[in-house]
Design a protein around this ligand. Structure first.
Ligand code: ADP
Ligand code: MG
Length: 306
């Protein structure tokens, strides 16, 4: 299958001499949801901006929908919808006008039925005659997505789509991404939340300091790296982990007031239930408990040690 996005030996050195991308190689296939996961400053926005023709590459080869992004800029750009990380929405225009105009920018004939569908899918239909600048932040973000979909691109880029959005919009966004996938749209999203990659992606690429350090199927990656942690704050100090629990991956904090249990996301229920039951049987009381997923940093540390 021909990839929808192909990146070969891509480098980016900004004017100030900073190298933001180092020999990046990546292929993304039609209909995939690909999550580019990495901490702030890793180079995610730089990479997307290059593919979308907003930032110039220093060297390397990039194609979108089979078109070279430099030699065949218009064709490549037409295949792409981009929802940028920074919202740019201080507009006097109405939602309807802005989204329709956006379609026109790609040289596509008007298609009100499509604009209507996009606005309805994004719960923007009631707001179609409102000026964008009067909308809430969440609604503005929906408008940005509608604009990106206005010209029916086969590839959609979402740069940190849920950074700083409320729970409802996040859920809607995930729902929307799934619907788009059903239509065969290829989706590339960037995130620094591992939960988001876990929730949505088919494949995950991890980028750090301008280098792609790993590309893997989500399921494979999660089973390798998706550890969770359960912390129990004890009512009474323990001197050591009780014998009944030593078969479990469990540790006692230095002060003796906290039990820390590490488990795989996959087999969580059984292990946690067993642990809590054993504690109950032993009469060990706890004041509070929290679960925590392994952070990206920990995963990076894990990768570096591998
Ligand atoms: N125009 C620029 N000039 C110089 N350095 C830049 C520029 N834009 C981004 N950078 C630097 O490139 C690195 C990657 O940035 P970016 O691609 O925005 O990362 P991410 O989106 O993963 O947070 C950062 O260290 C950032 O400071
Ligand atoms: Mg960014």
């Amino acid at each position: 299958m021909q990839p929808d996005i192909s990146v070969k030996h891509l480098n980016k050195i900004y004017e100030d001499g900073f190298q933001a991308l180092k020999d990046v190689n990546l292929e993304i296939y039609p209909g995939e949801i690909f999550a580019l996961l990495g901490p702030n400053g890793a180079g995610k926005t730089t990479m997307i901006s290059i593919i979308c023709g907003i930032v110039n590459k220093s060297n390397g080869e990039v194609t979108a929908a089979g078109h070279d992004i430099v030699k065949n800029y218009r064709k490549a750009r037409e295949a792409i919808g981009l929802v940028p990380q920074e919202l740019n929405t201080d507009s006097f225009e109405t939602v309807w006008d802005a989204v329709s105009f956006s379609r026109g920018l790609f040289g596509k004939a008007p298609k009100p039925a499509h604009i209507e569908k996009v606005l309805k899918d994004l719960s923007l239909w009631d707001k179609r005659n409102n000026r964008i600048m009067s909308l809430s932040g969440g609604m503005k973000r929906r408008v940005m997505i509608a604009k990106a979909l206005s010209h029916e691109p086969r590839i959609l880029f979402l740069d940190e789509p849920t950074a700083g959005v409320d729970v409802e919009l996040r859920r809607d966004m995930w729902e929307m991404v799934r619907k788009l996938r059903e239509n065969g749209t290829t989706i590339i999203l960037t995130t620094h939340y591992i939960e988001e990659a876990e929730e949505m992606a088919d494949r995950i690429g991890v980028i750090r300091q301008g280098q792609i350090i790993l590309v893997e199927d989500k399921d494979t990656l999660m089973s390798k790296l998706g550890k969770k942690e359960l912390r129990l704050q004890l009512q009474h100090k323990l001197d050591k982990v009780p014998g009944e629990l030593t078969l479990e991956p469990i540790e006692l904090s230095e002060d003796g007031y906290e039990l820390i249990y590490t488990f795989d996301s996959q087999q969580q229920q059984a292990g946690v239930a067993r642990l809590l039951r054993t504690l109950g049987d032993l009469g060990i009381e706890y004041r509070d408990l929290q679960t925590r997923e392994s952070s990206l940093e920990e995963i990076f540390v894990g990768l570096v040690h591998e």
